[in-house]
Design a protein around this ligand. Structure first.
Ligand code: BGP
Length: 479
């Protein structure tokens, strides 16, 4: 539909911004914190861009007051951050570390004092290393209990102050990169193990959502899914079928479980024929069907376009673009299922991510048609090179254009009938990108550091800072 006039954002729309503990905090061993799998993984040379790690990151642990003051100056309504499990339970279980709880309590209080609603992510990939060593982390059902204990500790402590919670961040990414492409810890390449770990993560997700309803009955919780809606490369039915395959394996495989408690039929049959379908025990499906999230969180960066791929066609790519050299991402596919294709209608970033605001509207509509739940955009943003000028300005017009077009797409989706609770940009300050170092910047606030030198970690407002401030002030009327 093309509208002459668009609906307005609701008055309590959550204009937010997001981060994750490992990517901003630093202080990796301070105040009793235990080691996470990322602390350990990044010590192995060659795992990340220029061997960057989050030991210091952007030092948010020590500078959170300064960062919150900048959020307040901007007028931010919500800040999504993750809690590091290893600050609360250094070993992942048993002993609670009060100092860790205190850090997050201080952060939450500081946000609330500045009229910013905290949105807590319970798990943003920094699994306690001890649990990885003890029982293989997500590959053991023991994690369901330990994750639930950790979450309940947080629900009890912060449930009266924090009303929006995210359970797992991008389960689809952490299991795929952890167990298929071997780019994240534990760096395994085994599809069967991925599907087993993923099923256990589904059960853990449902378990904590069920606990949440008991401890925080007036709150809302949902997972954050890395959502890349799929397009067929052409109207050739073979391409269209390939797109259906990809949508089923890459999106519905998670979303149907979260929202309907069921695995999609074709994808499950496909894995069964390969002999790698996940082991389903008595009671699993009952749990998944019984528990529903209050909203769907989505992290939206791009769509994917796919084409027909014969049985002897393209396989999984070995090369991602983590350097920012445009055009270096390698072709990738699943033989007999689909292969990724370049969409000639879309520009890409320097990291080869397609820029597609209309894809966001399409995605929001697909989710609403299929699941009819409220949606919270928990991440959207542009990772690019930014230049700090001599007069301490950063002209990031490219980011303003990107965000403006995506917010307009949200407005169109709302006009279509999508129930959108809020929009969090990725990210507030610049931060560490897991595999891409510090040069791929996302923030409204520039942080003066790079891969080679932590410099003074000074905060400098980019032009987009002032632009988003005005978006919030006008409740999305001036983009
Ligand atoms: C999402 C993650 C974030 C963040 C973002 C940008 O997948 O939830 O943690 O990193 O992507 O990705 P990247 O840093 O790879 O550019």
């Amino acid at each position: 539909m093309i509208y002459e006039e668009l609906d307005k954002f609701q008055d309590d729309f959550l204009w937010g911004s997001a981060s994750a503990a490992y990517q901003v905090e630093g202080a990796w061993d301070k105040d009793g914190k235990g080691e996470s799998v990322w602390d350990v993984y990044t010590r192995q040379p060659g795992t990340t861009f220029k061997n960057t790690n989050g030991n210091i990151a952007v030092d948010h642990y020590n500078r959170y007051k300064e960062d919150v003051a900048l959020m307040a100056e901007m007028g931010l309504k919500a800040y999504r951050f993750s809690i590091a499990w290893t600050r609360i339970y250094p070993n992942g279980r048993n002993e609670v570390n009060e100092e860790g709880l205190k850090f997050y309590e201080n952060l939450i209080d500081e946000l609330i004092a500045n009229n910013i609603q905290p949105i807590i992510t319970l798990y943003h990939w920094d699994l306690p290393q001890h649990l990885q060593d003890l029982y293989g982390g997500w590959e053991s059902r023991e994690i369901i209990h330990d994750f639930n204990e950790y979450c309940v500790t947080l629900f009890k402590r912060f449930g009266n102050k924090v009303k929006h919670w995210v359970s797992l961040n991008e389960q689809n990414i952490f299991v795929t990169l952890g167990y298929v492409t071997a780019m994240h810890p534990p760096a395994v390449k085994d599809q069967k193990r991925m599907l087993e770990a993923n099923h256990i993560a589904n059960l853990a997700n449902a378990t904590v959502i069920e606990s949440f309803k008991k401890y925080v009955p007036d709150g809302m919780i949902g997972p954050s899914f890395a959502f890349g809606p799929v397009y067929p490369f052409s109207c050739d039915p073979k391409d269209v079928l390939s797109a259906e395959n990809a949508e089923d394996l890459n999106c519905n495989w998670w979303l149907d479980v979260y929202c309907k408690g069921k695995y999609p039929v074709f994808a499950f049959k496909y894995y069964e024929r390969l002999g790698i379908a996940p082991t389903i025990e008595d009671g699993d499906l009952e749990l998944l069907e019984r528990v529903k999230p209050d909203f769907i969180g989505i992290n939206y960066y791009q769509t994917s376009t796919v084409a027909f791929n014969p049985l002897d066609g393209v396989g999984q790519s070995e090369g991602i673009n983590n350097t920012g050299k445009k055009g270096t991402a390698k072709e990738s596919g699943l033989p007999g299922v689909y292969k990724n294709a370049k969409n000639a209608h879309l520009e890409t970033t320097n990291w080869d991510w397609a820029i597609d605001p209309t894809g966001l509207r399409i995605g929001l509509r697909r989710l609403t048609s299929k699941y009819n739940l409220p949606i919270l955009i928990t991440e959207n943003g542009l990772g690019e090179f930014d230049k700090l000028e001599e007069d301490d300005t950063v002209n990031d017009a490219h980011r303003i254009d990107y965000l403006s077009a995506h917010i307009k797409a949200c407005k169109e989706a709302i006009t279509d009938g999508v129930d959108l609770l809020g929009y969090c940009t990725w990210s507030f300050t610049d931060l560490l990108s897991w595999l891409n170092g510090y040069q791929k910047r996302y923030g409204f606030v520039y942080v003066d550091r790079d891969e080679n030198d932590q410099k003074d970690l000074r905060r400098i407002k980019k032009n987009s800072f002032y632009w988003y401030k005005n978006v919030i002030r006008t409740n999305g009327e001036e983009l």
